[in-house]
Design a protein around this ligand. Structure first.
Ligand SMILES: Cc1cc2nc3c(=O)[nH]c(=O)nc-3n(C[C@H](O)[C@H](O)[C@H](O)COP(=O)(O)O)c2cc1C
Length: 446
């Protein structure tokens, strides 16, 4: 049975459902909502929401509109936690630019094409067939937003078979996140490249031993940007030992420090010293350089290495030259340089220069399923979700994350279908167009 006809029969079904027990009603709903059990069918989440209200008087755990979702998370979170995530650097012009870049592009849908309810959103990324090209962006300090932190987010991405990227600034260690993420699921590790090669080797070996299979090297945050919201309250989570777990657990760090800060007899001073040691060694204040990439390759072997934080065509071309497997077009969510270019604005030229030579990921400002569509239509091979997932996390941990991820997937799948596409391969550049006012500006200036 097709989803359209399911929706059409909503009223009739409703009457039937009200007369049966809750358990059999649930079975009926499952059968109706998932008529093709072998195919992923994300957009049925909207029907699930309508049915849940009709049957159980339940509305979703968090708003489906992004602005309302963020406002709701702001109400839940302590102000320092909300500001840590929402904020950018300086006047936050780059945070704004990331969003404005999405407004420069509009979707140009096609109609009267044969589109079926079950659409193929799968794509092969780094030798894995993913159900959709959607990845959790590396985000540190997640216990700031809910006590379950990375355990909750990694669990939900694992449930969906979508890659989960663990940050070097995680508040939960490699093994615990691997356990909550689940055996066999795609796990990536994001490195803040330590100044000490022994630590680098140790982190990467522990990552591989715990099944992290793609190395994401963040190259735009070797020093912390001017984060005005945090500066105004003097808030730096790492000093409070949030986001330093990898350092605290690392055996080489124990050797170098001469103690294990997680041991039962460790003093408060030792714990603070170990936390600071992790911050100082991973936020080195000295830029990493292309010439040293061989050191990572030597440890990581032939598994994929990706640079995160590329914004220029020149750097994308250098990444090809230096043998990287991928890049992530990103400006760290506007958290490093104020007044920088919106990330999506840089994507088309980078894609044109390096498409096919390495894998191109994208993040910065994705808030809706339609945004995912635009980034993929402009040539990204995959996209990363950042702040929306954190706002979900604030809503009861994994429950909120699940709701936000399912909502984004549902809207993405609906946008694909309603734009006349049956699969990702049909989501091409001709389905997005530069907003008219910008077209006029281009004409004036060229
Ligand atoms: C609270 C917070 C923490 C972050 N931590 C990291 C991190 O540890 N490593 C990293 O590479 N990027 C980090 N990022 C950047 C994200 O990976 C991603 O580039 C950014 O969130 C994309 O912007 P968006 O969330 O506005 O879409 C962080 C972002 C936020 C909001």
């Amino acid at each position: 049975m097709r989803l359209q006809s399911v929706i059409g029969q909503f009223t009739a079904l409703n009457i039937v459902l009200l007369s049966v027990s809750a358990q059999s009603a649930q079975q009926l709903i499952d059968a109706v909502l998932n008529p093709f059990p072998n195919l992923t069918h994300y957009s049925s989440y909207s029907s699930a929401i309508y049915f849940n209200y009709t049957l159980y008087n339940q509305t979703p755990i968090a708003p489906t509109n992004y602005d309302k979702l963020e406002a709701s998370a702001k109400n839940i979170l302590p102000p320092h936690a909300y500001d840590y995530a929402a904020g950018g650097v300086g006047l936050e012009k780059t945070v704004d630019a990331n969003r404005q870049a999405f407004d420069h592009w509009q979707i140009l849908p096609r109609v009267m094409r044969p589109v079926l309810p079950a659409r193929n959103l799968s794509r092969v990324i780094f030798n894995r067939t993913l159900p959709a090209p959607i990845v959790m962006a590396p985000i540190g300090v997640q216990t700031l937003f809910h006590p379950d932190g990375e355990r909750a987010t990694s669990k939900v991405f694992g449930e969906h078979g979508l890659p989960y990227t663990l940050s070097t600034a995680t508040s939960t260690g490699f093994a615990d996140v691997a356990a909550s993420n689940g055996d066999g699921n795609p796990r990536w590790y994001q490195l803040y490249w330590p100044s000490d090669d022994d630590l680098t080797r140790s982190y990467l070996r522990t990552a591989q031993a715990n099944g992290y299979e793609v190395l994401v090297v963040t190259v735009d945050t070797w020093d912390l940007g001017w984060r005005t919201r945090d500066l105004d309250r003097g808030y730096f989570p790492f000093i409070q030992s949030i986001g330093v777990q990898i350092g605290l657990e690392d055996p080489v760090a124990h050797e170098k420090l001469g103690f294990n800060a997680l041991a039962t007899n460790a003093t408060a001073e030792q714990k603070q010293m170990a936390a600071l040691y992790h911050v100082i060694t991973t936020s080195r204040g000295v830029s990493p350089v292309w010439e040293n990439l061989w050191k990572l390759r030597e440890i990581w072997g032939d598994k994929p290495i990706v640079l995160k934080g590329v914004q220029s065509v020149e750097d994308a071309e250098l990444a090809v030259k230096w043998g990287l497997d991928g890049i992530i077009v990103s400006n760290h969510g506007g958290r490093q340089i104020d007044g920088a270019v919106g990330s999506l604005s840089t994507l088309p030229d980078i894609v044109e220069a390096v498409k096919g030579k390495l894998t191109v990921g994208f993040d910065g400002g994705i808030r809706t399923g339609a945004d995912i569509f635009k980034a993929l239509a402009l040539g990204a091979d995959f996209v990363q979700l950042g702040r929306p997932i954190l706002w979900g996390l604030a809503h009861e941990g994994d429950k909120g994350v699940r709701h936000v991820l399912k909502s984004l997937l549902a809207e993405f799948e609906l946008t694909i279908g309603l734009s006349g596409c049956q699969s990702l391969e049909e989501v091409t550049r001709d389905l997005v167009t530069v907003t008219k006012v910008f077209q006029r500006l281009y004409t004036v200036f060229n």
